[in-house]
Design a binder for this molecule. Structure first.
Ligand code: TYM
Length: 305
């Protein structure tokens, strides 16, 4: 019997505090997968350098991301938890893969277009080949599954293309990697203002961070957009209300969500009560992680200064 576990790889850039999108899109699956698979999870410091951060804060940010992963339940004794730049072979594979990818296809990726929009004065070569570096991270370990949120779907498609081109030229060595979310669609956690997704660097007031204090969580949740409620039974929900229900499903008990669904459908919903409930359940979810992160960051066993 072959007892070899299937290989999993994923990563997160150390570009700011982690948020609910990172947790429910990625880390929740890391934690579930750590017992079943051979896992490689890393902090993508090289990717973060593409947007020229203040490098004085980089080390602290890397430490924080590691602490946020561990506080969320990742066990460094069960998985390889590492820093991307420490694995030099990634850069070597990146070089080989770069010979097999083309300017036109790279310019067409959503991530490249996005970065050009956000930083028109910094369109550097590694921004263009961002997805190639990500493919190298994954293919180096010959990973089969990559737990990520919906925004990374295109990057996995590119990684499969690069793997196939590499195999075609050099022999069948790299398996095709696939985005993974336990038989479900990939997750996209919307921003609180309903205008896009939660993000580490854009629109802080519309993003719930794992580091947010109770008061900040209350303030952000209470500010979310609602309306006077439906006037006809079983009215379809507008997007911004759908988003609030999506957040409730992540952190509230089933019977609580069912009650508010029923209130919505019978036109008796009170959004003030719903938001108070959501804020308290969100606090119950985030606070233990936040406290654990603080404890870890002060624990010399994990971090030397
Ligand atoms: P990054 O740092 O932007 O995001 C880390 C993980 O969080 C997920 N995510 C979300 N999921 C759902 N809803 C959201 N609002 C949301 N925001 C972020 C992302 O999908 C991701 O899983 N390029 C990657 C880092 C990377 C990587 C890799 C990932 C480098 N090498 C190899 C996988 C495999 C990135 O910038 O993720």
């Amino acid at each position: 019997m072959n007892l070899k576990k299937e290989i999993v790889m994923s990563g997160i850039r150390p570009t700011g505090f982690l948020h609910l999108g990172n947790y429910f899109g990625a880390i929740r699956n890391y934690v579930k997968m750590q017992d079943e698979f051979e896992c490689y999870f890393m902090v993508a410091d090289l990717h973060s350098l593409t947007t020229h951060p203040d490098t004085k804060t980089l080390k602290a940010n890397v430490h924080r991301v590691l602490a946020e992963n561990i506080a969320s339940g990742l066990d460094p004794d069960k998985v390889a938890l590492y820093c991307q730049s420490h694995v030099r072979e990634t850069s070597e594979l990146y070089l080989y893969l770069n010979m097999l990818d083309y300017k036109g296809e790279l310019e067409n990726t959503a991530i490249f277009k996005d970065k050009v929009r956000l930083n028109p004065e910094n369109v550097n070569a590694v921004l263009l080949t961002y997805t190639v570096l990500q493919a190298a991270d994954i293919l180096l370990h010959r990973a089969k599954y990559v737990p990520v949120g919906k925004d990374q779907e295109q990057h996995l498609e590119m990684a499969r293309n690069f793997a196939n081109r590499f195999n075609h030229r050099y022999g069948n060595v790299l398996p095709e990697p696939h985005a993974f979310n336990y038989n479900q669609d990939l997750v996209k956690i919307p921003s609180l203002d309903g205008t896009g997704k939660m993000s580490k660097s854009e629109n802080e007031m519309a993003t719930l961070y794992l580091a947010d204090t109770d008061d900040v969580i209350r303030k952000k949740v209470m500010k979310t957009k609602t309306d006077n409620g439906p006037t006809e039974p079983d009215t379809p929900k507008p997007d911004y209300i759908e988003n609030i229900f999506l957040l409730m499903k992540l952190v509230c008990k089933d019977d609580v969500v069912e009650k508010y669904e029923a209130d919505y459908n019978s036109c008796t919903i009170r959004y003030g009560d719903l938001k108070k409930q959501l804020a308290e359940d969100m606090i119950n979810f985030i606070t233990p992680i936040r406290s654990q992160v603080e404890a870890l960051l002060h624990n010399e066993k994990y971090y030397s200064k």
